[in-house]
Design a protein. Sequence first.
Length: 327
Amino acid sequence: MTSTRKTYPLDALVSPRFAQLGTFARLPYQRELQDIDVAFIGIPFDGGTTFRTGARMGPQAVRESSRLLRPYHLFLDVSPFDVFNVVDYGDVDVVPGSFQDTAEAISRTLRPLLARRIVPLVCGGDHSITLPVLRELARVHGPLNLIHFDSHFDFWDTYWGQKYTHGTWLRRCLEEGLLHRVAQAGIRGSQFSPDDLAYAAEHNIVVKTIKDFHDHGVFAALGSILETLPANEPLYVSWDIDVVDPAYAMATGTPEVGGLTSWQALECLRALVGKRLVGLDIVEVAPPYDAPGAPTSLLAANLFYEGISVLAKNYEQGMCVYLNLQE
Ligand code: MN
Ligand code: MN
């Protein structure tokens, strides 16, 4: 990664935070990829939802809620925008109503970024978009380790005979050989049957339900996942906002009560320092259901900031995302 900073959030003491166009963290909207290290990318597709739609409005709402992000991370002691050139790459031009065409658009958009070793921060959209994102990342890194934060398993085979939905992407990823070690965190809610758990056991998926988090705390629950993941293996984190309690993140398509607090959510991502994070998505933010003040989008914006800060902290500590490609 580069050491010359070419991109930086607008200076709030020159341009007030409520002014100017709403890019992520008030970073430059830029399609020029030279010297860029990290890119925020919106994928406003919600054709994979099985209950309430609305996640297509996610990326713009998260951008709007990111205006207050400041350049220094207090708890990780890092200034991520001093470490990386980060841009808002805009959105994938999705095809409403067609997962297949949208998946191709996602691949076309991500491929040049990944060829330049740019780390993608992907803002959904519903969870179906994670499959094409992982297809492209696996082309670069090989099979990835995955921590999947969600209140749902997302590994059902089909919905109404459809194989590509926000509830089936994980099974498709496993079938396509995109993943190595898989862990799920925050699972809860009523299930269809006990068989739902059987698939996890059959495929060696480590499951930490929300009970593990509430009974033992974030660091114990997540720590037992992290100790199964070697630090140097590429790790992707897919974060369904519905892993957070609807009291904090009500703006989502399939809410489940009893979830993480916003503070616990931040702690979960912060705990990834020292792991080779190669990409992060935050999906299922559906702004039409948000409360005044848009707390769900605000949380999602801050979770992205945690992700960028973890990447920056890792880099400061000598960890390169693209180990295999180092000369
Ligand atoms: Mn979910
Ligand atoms: Mn999900």
